[in-house]
Ligand binder design. Sequence first.
Ligand code: F6P
Length: 319
Amino acid sequence: MKKIGVLTSGGDAPGMNAAIRAVVRKAIYHDVEVYGVKYGYQGLMEGNIEKMDLGSVGDIIQRGGTILATARSDEFKTDDGQHQAIEQMKKLGIEGLVVIGGDGSFRGAQKLSAKGFPCIGVPGTIDNDIPGTDFTIGFDTSLNTVLEAIDKVRDTATSHERTYIIETMGRDAGDLALWAGLAGGAESIIIPETTEEFSDICNRLERGRERGKKHSIIVLAEGVGNGFEYGERIKEETNLETRVTVLGYIQRGGTPTAQDRVLASRLGARAVELLLDGKANRMVGIKNNDLVDHEIDTILSEKHFINKEMYNLSKELSI
Ligand code: F6P
């Protein structure tokens, strides 16, 4: 393989730039030319593709977002869109593609691989909801952003003796809320993967109030429901003064942590190795700090699970 492409797709995540850098530099290290695709699969279909060199990825390892930009494309989901994308790459002599993104992005990589165009997936999403890897690129940075917000809200919660709901991102996944809630000492963590009776949440708040607790923090993943509605219900049920903070897109930005940069560098470089080894339709990941790779079909047929032990611990520590 003498020419490969790289794109980012779906929601951006801090550390994607470090992954792009690793793909580009690893490929050039092996005398392989690299082409950067702008705006994900949409840009791929439209031929928005540029040759990259060592300098194209200089000074980006510390930057959030993605220099290749990203998009979600409905047109690419069609057979025609996928053929068009392959034609654009063939025109330039590109023989393999690294796709950095989440499960939606891997569905695209699966389709292209099935049409004979080798793709390797690199998991990049703040949600940490991809099976086959302990961590996804962006999760650690986002987690630290949420934790910083919890610590700050805690200051004002103590001063005013209020209950605060902090709503995190995570469409179908509770990892961000769970990890940040445990690290931030939240009284309750409400995530889509578990069910807790609303009355139990209120009882815990009331028990805290009875023993003189001045404030409470509840971390809620957006996948469960609307933070403001939860706030209203809690206020009605407990009569506690309740406020809500929705963290929103600040969770997707910022300088990637060391953890994310290292992860992105390792995963990006391994993706190139797999392509050069003639592999296709695989996703790279990390398990117990070792690099692994799996068939994308397997990844897409599995479900990500939260760490139950952590969830139970969070409950035990917030009695
Ligand atoms: O998948 C990452 C994520 O940030 C989710 O946590 C969130 O629900 C979604 O993307 C938001 O997507 P969009 O950028 O399309 O609003």
